[in-house]
Write a protein that binds this ligand. Structure first.
Ligand code: 5GP
Length: 143
């Protein structure tokens, strides 16, 4: 089967989960972590990841996936209410060919604002930490 992957425990999101790399957190429980994308495609670009070690959509149980999408909807709703974008993209990439760059399963929540172009995927500049904290606070306030 193509799109097989072996989970690498030293990937960036595993390091964020262990606390080895800092992140600007939006939400955390025993199964899910949500944090701000450090190279955002738009203001408020948020990621949602499971705590289980899964490298893509095909590497996770349907139960864990259901929980992940449930929280993605919750956080997207809080982002909608906190940042009031004109639209919201939910994205998820499987395999390098599809654009996946971090091999720990995740959903992107990307706000779209009329008149502002969404920046290219995985090509952006590192965001200012204080700005990320400001977006995270606004989203968290609506959770
Ligand atoms: P993918 O390309 O795998 O779908 O998405 C990976 C996402 O992780 C990209 O949007 C990228 O900007 C983000 N990212 C990469 N490195 C880091 C990091 O160290 N911290 C955070 N918060 N996000 C990261």
């Amino acid at each position: 089967m193509t799109l097989n992957c072996t989970y690498a425990p030293d990937n960036i999101f595993a390091k964020i989960l262990s606390g080895a790399i800092p992140s600007v957190k939006v939400y955390e429980d025993d199964r899910v972590l949500s944090f701000m994308d450090a190279f955002p495609q738009a203001n408020g670009h948020t990621l949602v990841i499971p705590k289980v070690s899964a490298c893509n959509l095909f590497d996770v149980s349907s139960e864990d996936l259901q929980n992940l999408i449930h929280h993605t909807q919750r956080i997207a709703t809080a982002l909608r209410d906190g940042l009031e974008p004109d639209g919201i993209r939910i994205a998820q990439f499987n395999g390098e060919s599809a654009g996946q760059t971090v091999f720990h399963l995740h959903f992107h929540i990307i706000p779209v604002y009329n008149g502002n172009q969404v920046r290219a995927h995985a090509a952006g500049q590192m965001a200012d930490l204080n700005e990320l904290r400001g977006f995270a606070d606004k989203i968290r306030a609506k959770l």
